[in-house]
Ligand binder design. Structure first.
Ligand code: SAH
Length: 210
């Protein structure tokens, strides 16, 4: 019977076919049990390259975009400080940690942040610091960051506070667009590169009102 584990062992090959060549990222994608980061009723689809609902109207990013983003950060030394904005399920943060980064991640929905904390602890990624709050403000007390990965669509421009919290040689990856549609931008040493057309849930300022 093909089990979930078989799907994971197959994931690196499928990502390789789609152009991911960074071996450290491929190893991280093979190591993190994605099925434990999605709700039980969709665990059977955990390795399909589709966004899945995780509650609060939010989605877990597809394996491809998670791998592509981690690879787009480039080489970094073990323990490099990486900020993720938009924890969601915690899966992306776990992949960054499995790549060797020291990760702090910020989520505006307290319920998602709490669930992500539990999942990260249960899967061996309890070192990831999960904060509840507005990720548009970054984490100034822990700045500067070697890498910043934004996993929700910034509206029209790169968030200024995040640019300020980037180390001089750091890399900021952020989807920028209008609503849910836009372009994944890589900012490095005052240069912006457009990497891919992407869809993400919008980056929403402030705390949830409900
Ligand atoms: N990296 C996540 C993807 C989550 S989707 C994963 O691997 O599962 C994007 C997330 O960004 C959602 O959970 C959403 O609630 C969150 N988000 C949106 N605006 C935010 C903001 N201003 N600050 C922090 N999180 C935000």
């Amino acid at each position: 019977m093909p089990g979930l584990h078989d799907d994971r062992s197959d994931l690196a090959d499928r990502l390789r076919e789609r152009g991911i060549t960074d071996e450290r990222v491929l190893a991280a994608m093979s190591a993190v049990p994605r099925e434990l980061f999605v709700p039980e009723d969709v665990a059977g689809e955990a390795y399909a390259d589709v966004p899945l609902g995780i509650g609060q109207g939010q989605t877990i990013s597809t394996p491809w975009i998670v791998a592509f983003s981690a690879a787009a950060l480039g080489e970094f030394p073990a323990g490099a400080r990486v900020l993720e904005v938009g924890t969601g399920s915690g899966y992306g943060a776990a992949v960054l940690a499995a790549c060797g980064a020291s990760v702090v991640t910020v989520e505006r929905h307290p319920e998602l942040a709490e669930q992500a904390r539990r999942t990260l602890a249960a899967t061996g990624y309890g070192d990831v610091a999960v904060r509840t709050g507005d990720g548009l403000a970054g984490a100034p007390d822990l700045a500067p960051f070697d890498g910043i990965v934004v996993t929700a669509m910034a509206q029209r421009r790169l968030p200024p506070a995040l640019l300020e919290q980037l180390a001089p040689d750091g890399v900021l990856l952020c989807p920028v667009g209008d609503g849910a549609e836009g372009t994944l931008v890589r900012h490095h040493r005052d240069r912006d590169e457009r990497l891919a057309d992407v869809r993400f849930v919008p980056l929403v300022p402030g705390a949830p009102s409900d």
